[in-house]
Design a binder for this molecule. Structure first.
Ligand code: HEM
Length: 412
């Protein structure tokens, strides 16, 4: 393939429909990794960006957060929306850098440390059992995404935040609308309403929540955030909201996609499925391999602040870089035979699905715990499982995964 042909392949990083065809997306990303691992991508509706596709290069950029900042936009954003996103009054951790980021991350960091997350094990196991039990009553057929995978992580994160079960359906819809914004079946874009309105829904919901927890603090995470102080002062309302929004959104669809994509990967690799069914003690280790393989967060972006040379390319101040976690996690330089799901892969935990460095996923321990809990409950009870129809995929280029996975199964 000529260099010119590779140049034309970069649209896969910004095309929601391209991500919906996973085998094709990965075949294209592989060619880009091999032939032009730092690829300049120019598309009509997006700011120009460098697609970073190799594991080592993604890490190198994340290792230099002063040079590659999350501001002004931390994910690929339509040119027409860049201004609005960068000036949004509600700012979350992923839009912050330097001292501001450190101070805000400290507010929630302790809550997500392994020892604290471990205290939720019992509740997470209970919820996993609830959904697997429910699957067992569904007559041997279900849509694994919409009947199981979407609900379990939402319940976990909302119960950690301390929200009542009656509000879960509303939260489910809001998080999906925020992340599935490019998908006409899910998002509100393309209708007369806009992404902005989804955010407004969040604002009104979480403002009420913060007011309630200030009046009557409990031991939930919503209270920790509502009553947090920065330099001795209460948080601004917009900052409080930012924390709620990132936790409610980042903690949900990501993990749901890891679980649904994980089951699909196991169905497609029957030897690995049988191995885990026979030896459930391998599931703890397998969780990272499933998360590597699925990589539900397809990318984040950074903006370069000073000239930086990576391989044979000098990235200039103002340049946007697109960190392709999905590609980095199939990098054959790090993961031998990367397209194969290998639940015993020794270095599975070296994946970059949770990012790296200062912005490393706050919820990584919780996410792993959820993936492990669900499969630990499900797999030993699953006598047989197969696809009962073609899976469909969400059309999105940020958090992305299966939209439906019809399965038929027999359970104990
Ligand atoms: C399998 C599931 C998950 C995946 C694949 C995932 C992935 C990611 C990635 C790639 C980042 C950006 C890292 C970087 O820039 O280097 C991130 C950040 C973040 N994640 Fe997750 N995540 C998952 C689950 C969760 C959960 C359960 C929570 C719970 C609240 C969570 C909360 C966050 C937060 C708050 C950030 C921002 C951290 C910061 O900017 O300092 N994530 N996640």
């Amino acid at each position: 393939m000529t260099a010119a042909a590779v140049d034309n392949l970069g649209s896969i990083f910004a095309d929601p429909a391209a991500y919906a065809d996973q085998p094709r997306w990965h075949a294209t990303a592989k060619r880009i990794r091999e032939e032009s691992p730092i690829l300049k991508v120019s598309l009509p509706n997006f700011p120009e960006f460098w697609a970073i596709t190799r594991h080592a290069d993604v890490m190198e950029i994340e290792r230099n957060p002063e040079i590659f900042t999350n501001a002004p936009v931390p994910t690929l954003t339509l040119r027409a929306n860049v201004d609005a996103v960068s000036k949004s009054p509600v700012k979350t951790l992923v839009q912050m850098d330097g001292d501001e980021h450190r101070a805000h991350r400290n507010i929630v960091n302790d809550w997500f440390k392994p020892a604290n997350v471990k205290e939720r094990q019992e509740r997470v196991d209970e919820l996993a059992k609830l959904y697997v039990d429910r699957m067992a009553t569904m007559g041997g057929r279900c849509d694994f995404v919409n009947d199981v995978a979407l609900h379990f992580p939402l319940q976990v994160i909302l119960s950690i935040l301390g929200l009542p079960e009656a509000d879960h359906a509303r939260m489910l819809k809001l998080t999906q609308e925020l992340f599935g914004a490019e998908d006409p079946d899910i998002g509100r874009l393309g209708e007369d309403q806009s992404l902005y309105e989804v955010l407004l829904d969040f604002v009104s919901y979480f403002t009420a929540l913060a007011n309630d927890r200030r009046a009557q603090p409990t031991d939930d995470l919503a209270s920790v955030i509502a009553n947090a102080r920065l330099d001795g002062q209460p948080l601004l309302d917009m900052d409080t909201l930012g924390h709620y929004v990132i936790i409610a959104t980042a903690g949900h669809d990501t993990t749901a996609n890891a679980i649904s994509g994980g089951l699909l990967a196991l169905i497609e690799h029957p030897d690995q499925l049988e191995l885990l069914k026979a030896r459930p003690e391998l599931i703890d280790h397998a969780a990272d391999e499933l998360i590597r393989y699925v990589s539900p967060v397809r990318h984040f972006t950074r903006t370069c602040q000073e000239p930086f040379t990576l391989r044979d390319v000098t990235i200039q101040p103002g340049d946007l870089v697109y960190l392709s976690y999905a590609s980095a996690n199939r990098d054959e330089e790090v993961f031998p035979d990367p397209f194969r799901l290998d639940v015993r892969r020794e270095n599975a935990a070296s994946h970059l699905a949770f990012g790296f460095g200062r912005h490393f996923c706050l919820g990584a321990h919780l996410a792993r715990m959820e993936v492990r809990a669900l499969f630990r409950e499900l797999l030993p009870r699953l006598e047989h499982v197969e696809l009962a129809g073609e899976p469909t995929w969400i059309k999105a280029y940020f958090v992305q995964g299966p939209k439906s996975i019809p399965i038929s199964y027999r359970m104990r």
